[in-house]
Design a protein around this ligand. Sequence first.
Ligand code: COA
Ligand code: AMP
Length: 631
Amino acid sequence: MDYRALHRRSIDDPSGFWGEQSQQIAWMRAPTQVLAQDENGADRWFVDGLLNTCDLAVDQHVRAGRGECTAVLYDSPVTGTQARISYATLQQRVASIAGGLRALGVERGDRVVIYMPMVPEALMAMLACARLGAVHVVVFGGFAAPELAIRIDSVAPKVLLTASCGIEPKGVVPYQPMVDEALRRAAHPPSQCVVLQRPQALFELQADRDLDWHDFESAASPVEPVPVAATDPLYILHTSGTTGRPKGVVRDNGGHAVALTYSMGAIYAMNPGDVYWAASDIGWVVGHSYIVYGPLLAGCTTVLYEGKPVGTPDASAFWRVISEHRVQAFFTAPTAFRAIKKADPEARAMRPHDLSSLRHLFLAGERLDPPTYEWLRTHLDVPVLDHWWQTETGWAIAANPAGLALQPSKPGSATFPAPGFNVQVLDSQGAPLPTGETGNITIRRPLPPGCLPTLWNDHPRCQAAYFERYPGHYLTGDGGHFDADGYLFVMGRTDDVINVAGHRLSTGEMEEVVARHPAVAECAVVGVQDDLKGQLPLGLVVLKDGADIDPAQLQSELVQQVREAIGPIACFRTALVVERLPKTRSGKVLRNVLRKIADGEPHPPPPTIDDPAILEEIETVLENRLLREKG
Ligand code: COA
Ligand code: AMP
């Protein structure tokens, strides 16, 4: 098949293309209209269709006689447990959890916050919400209490589903202090919490607020899937923007089910019964799309892995899981392989494992850097496929379509735009740039099914953030170029979002936290290159006149402040004191120049700089720091 012709057709005739794809799913009422615009002028797919995403992900496989097939393989090296959950068991447990939620008053359209580690109940909780037509809002376990509180307030949930602890290689992370603190802070706390007790740490239940998960589930009457409109929200997932307020990306039911079902075949080459493993976390979009919904919609077995690439117990962890569970498609972030490569440069830990089941390796979350790509190519005998996507799109914008027609890979490129994505590279004025020239990457409307229709309760912000800069286009926030063969190279963010170990974080948010310190007059946080995590945040602070604080003490206080406000996942570890920050004559901090200095790149002073001498001062501070680090 000619992939380019197929892609062209998806762009020239989106309604025809996606109308056909929509027939792959079992609607409760098939849509008659493929593409329309809503009251906000946003593109909406399959508007008059009715479906239930949980029915498609679970019940339809049981109805088809596949109830005894394995839906979920739970593999948890941190607790030393494994479990195999069939589609029939999944259906029965999800129906009961949905019944428990209904007994607490949760109905179609209500929000439920899920703050849980990587345990089967977390996945079941998401599906139970989908079954009721309720909207789940998963919050990653590495976020601190204030982040949980912000997300609670942004959606005003009826119920919070949580657990007594998460388990990190360094030890048990009790959730109670974070949950209690978040509920104290929140202006719109839920009236009920349901707590999954894990033996590693107990949660002291508050009689008027908390229910034990076991009681909640066992007392419930199972419920059937509730038909919902294709345009009803399935979930809200918050992601970092350029300010301290995260964006609540909304995902609808219909477009999502069609897009993910399509992607499982077209991009991942998966068939029902195949084993698919995305080593991410349900707190991120990769976890939503490819730990939970994608594999289950496609009738595959999904691996739910509660562990790390290294340290649980060592760099053999991924190879063990692939060989033990006969994984056919594996998906993770490049940073995970950089960690493995660092611990085991010759990939010796791979050798005892039979990896013959593996057909493709998929990477995303950050650019697959050429050295990691080459290392993987040397050691693995399967195609190594980078693909680029975002929380907002929910599935790959650019990929090597393994299920349609595998293309030769090029190091550093995510290959071609995926079907339905009309990707453009524009200059600052909105003109398309010639091949090879780097600019802002946009997607021409309509965005294909599965992409965000809006931000929760804030359509004006959605318009301003994504659709105003280039009318008729969605602004991805990434920069890059096409080469002469049409391969897309995504080189990095063009805004103040950074990517730390495949996690998307806002430097603006960290600046807000750092600026709260009583000794800090002003600050800038920039992302600097890191061999393991891709980027790490670096804080540069200017002290208030007369502030008398030792720089090491200040750094440790700021690090603690960021851990408490955002979470350990921010990996904020360095804050250096400088005399002044470089600014434009209009007073804007030149963060890009700071980043270049920190990365040792050429940094000619921009013409708008108010005082070029500042750059030398900052170079000296950074050089001194480097010298200290080298001993
Ligand atoms: N709950 C609580 N704390 C968490 C957490 C969670 N779910 N996840 C991470 N943290 C904490 C860690 O314990 C660590 O805390 P510390 O500063 O006290 O040590 C901190 O957040 C940073 O965690 P992490 O990024 O995991 O760093 P690491 O140095 O322990 O491990 C890697 C490095 C590369 C192994 C790890 O980042 C990794 O596995 N990355 C892959 C990421 C990924 O899959 N991304 C998904 C996108 S597809
Ligand atoms: P998130 O919304 O957390 O998934 O992060 C999305 C951001 O991660 C994108 O905007 C990119 O900056 C980056 N990203 C994800 N995958 C890739 C990739 N394959 N290549 C380059 N950047 C990527």
